[in-house]
Each structure stands twice: as structure tokens, then as C-alpha cells.
Ligand binder design. Structure first.
Ligand SMILES: Cc1cc2nc3c(=O)[nH]c(=O)nc-3n(C[C@H](O)[C@H](O)[C@H](O)COP(=O)(O)O)c2cc1C
Length: 166
């Protein structure tokens, strides 16, 4: 078992692809779980979690996270650290960009330490409730319009997490 568990829910496959890229960037230091089939026992002992989700509607949780988030929040997360990334489409859903990460954030922010917040510089969108104090609560990734920026965004984010997961 590594110290980092990547937990993802993906309706169409993009979030899964990105979760695998995140795992690769940790070079063997992170384990990967699809929340559609994971059990609480499998992930209970990790000190660090990376949550990945797609945005599938305004204010909605991705379907598999809808099923698993109530279990996840029953874990004692007090001494743990959690980072979040969310897939979104900043062109078609420009006024609700990557908002699913805020739905998850709102459920866990008072129970744990959230890391991996990023500024919104470099993103083109009109509105998103996924910002707190001017920062995205996690990393937005747009595979529909800005797939050419994904690798650079993930590389910088994983470097930041390496420093914050201590
Ligand atoms: C029904 C539906 C609703 C969506 N709503 C949003 C949205 O509100 N905001 C957003 O940024 N992206 C939205 N998207 C775009 C997806 O989040 C995006 O395409 C993502 O890459 C899908 O990831 P997945 O393949 O892992 O499910 C929506 C997509 C679908 C199909």
C-alpha cells in the first residue's frame, strides 16, 4: 500500500484517463480506485487522498460519487489531507465550470485538511461556484477544449501535492 489513494468517479471515461495520468506522475507512489466498486476497508488507512470527479450537471455529484461520498465522509478524516480535481467543459458549461469539486468540497472541508487549491489564471470561463477566496478548491481539467494543457496542469499540480502531502 502506498500513502496516496486516488479515488475517481468517471461517467464517460475522461476522469479515469486523467486519474491514471495523475497516478503515473506519482511514479508508483499512488494507488488508484474507481469509487463505483471500491470498499471503505480498501481505502481506510491512507493518510492522503486525491479525489477525481467529472461534472455532470449544475450542483450535481457524479453518479458514482453520489453513491460513495456518504461512506467516504464516515471515515475519520481529521488527520488526513485531501486534494480534489474535477473535469469540466469550460465552453459548453461556461457558467458552471468544474463545479462538482465544490459539491464534494462542501461535504468534507470541515472534516479534513484540503490541499491542492489553484488560482483561476489561464482558464477561460464565465462563472463557477468552485472558487473559495478567489482560488479553485481543486484542479479543474478540461479535456473537451483544453486537452493540450492537461499534462502541464497535472505536472505542476502533482509537484505542489508532493510538497503539501507531508
Ligand atoms: C449531462 C452533462 C452535464 C455536464 N455539466 C457540466 C457542468 O455543469 N459543468 C462543466 O464544467 N462540465 C459539465 N459537463 C462536461 C463534463 O464534465 C466533461 O465532459 C468531462 O470531461 C466528463 O468527464 P467523464 O468522461 O469522466 O464523465 C457535463 C457533461 C454532461 C454529459
Amino acid at each position: 500500500m502506498n500513502t496516496i489513494a486516488i479515488l475517481y468517479g468517471s461517467s464517460g471515461g475522461n476522469t479515469e484517463t486523467v486519474a491514471r495520468q495523475v497516478q503515473d506522475l506519482f511514479q508508483g507512489g499512488a494507488d488508484l480506485f474507481n469509487v463505483r466498486e471500491v470498499t471503505l476497508e480498501e481505502i481506510r488507512d491512507y493518510p492522503y487522498y486525491i479525489i477525481g470527479t467529472s461534472t455532470t450537471g449544475i450542483g450535481d455529484l457524479q453518479d458514482d460519487w453520489e453513491g460513495f461520498l456518504p461512506s467516504f465522509t464516515r471515515l475519520d478524516l481529521a488527520d488526513k489531507k485531501v486534494a480534489i480535481f474535477a473535469l469540466g467543459d469550460s465552453a459548453s458549461y461556461s457558467t458552471s465550470f468544474a463545479e462538482s469539486m465544490k459539491v464534494i468540497y462542501d461535504e468534507i472541508a470541515d472534516k479534513t485538511t484540503i490541499v491542492g487549491q489553484v488560482p483561476d489564471e489561464g482558464y477561460t470561463y464565465d462563472d463557477s461556484m468552485a472558487l473559495v477566496d478567489g482560488m479553485f478548491v481543486g484542479l479543474p481539467i478540461d479535456e473537451d477544449n483544453e486537452y493540450d494543457m492537461t499534462e502541464e496542469r497535472l505536472t505542476a499540480w502533482v509537484e505542489k501535492l508532493r510538497a503539501e502531502f507531508l
